[in-house]
Design a protein around this ligand. Structure first.
Ligand SMILES: [Cu+2]
Length: 164
C-alpha cells in the first residue's frame, strides 16, 4: 500500500486511476487531493469534454484533463518481443494543447520497468502518436504509464496490462 501512496504522490492530480483502491493516509493531504482530483469527472458530469479519444480495437483511458486511446502493435504482446503502441491523445479542455507525450511501462509488484526506453513520435494527424521500442521481458502484471505534458504540467494516465 505504501507503494501505491508513493505513486499517488509522484503523479499529477487526476492521474491516479488506481487511487480508488488506495487507503489514503489521513496525514497525507496530497494523496487525498490526488484521489479527489481523480474523481472530478464523476463529480462534474456536466463539465464540457472537448473530446473522447477512440482508436478502433483499442482501449480508452479517461482522466481529469485528458482522454487517451491506445492500441498495441501487435495487439497481442508476446514476452520478450518488441512491440509498438499507437495512441490518440486529446485534451478535455478545448483550448489546451499537448506539449509532450511519454510512454513507459513497469511492473509495480516487482518494482522494475522495462529494459528499453520507448521513443514517441507524433503522427500525421493531430493528437496521434506512435511509441516504438517497448518490450515486456517477463510475464506478469505490467502497467502502462502515459505522461501527458501541457501548460498545466504533467498528467499521468495508467492502465494495467496482465501478460501471460
Ligand atoms: Cu517483473
Amino acid at each position: 500500500m505504501t507503494d501505491t501512496a508513493a505513486e499517488l504522490r509522484a503523479a499529477a492530480p487526476g492521474a491516479a486511476l488506481r487511487g480508488a483502491k488506495a487507503i489514503p493516509n489521513p496525514l497525507n493531504c496530497r494523496s487525498i487531493i490526488a484521489v479527489a482530483a481523480a474523481c472530478l469527472p464523476c463529480m462534474l458530469p456536466m463539465a464540457a469534454h472537448a473530446c473522447s479519444a477512440t482508436l478502433e480495437g483499442g482501449k480508452t483511458i479517461d482522466s481529469a484533463r485528458h482522454s487517451i486511446a491506445y492500441r498495441t502493435d501487435p495487439v497481442r504482446i508476446a514476452v520478450g518481443k518488441p512491440f509498438a503502441v499507437d495512441l490518440v491523445v486529446c485534451p478535455r479542455e478545448a483550448a489546451a494543447t499537448i506539449d509532450e507525450l511519454r510512454v513507459d511501462a513497469h511492473m509495480p509488484e516487482h518494482r522494475h520497468g522495462m529494459n528499453y526506453k520507448a521513443s514517441v513520435k507524433p503522427q500525421g494527424t493531430l493528437g496521434r502518436y506512435r511509441a516504438e521500442g517497448l518490450m515486456f521481458h517477463m510475464p506478469g502484471k505490467w502497467e502502462f504509464l502515459f505522461d501527458v505534458r501541457d501548460a498545466k504540467g504533467v498528467e499521468r494516465l495508467k492502465q494495467d496490462y496482465p501478460l501471460k
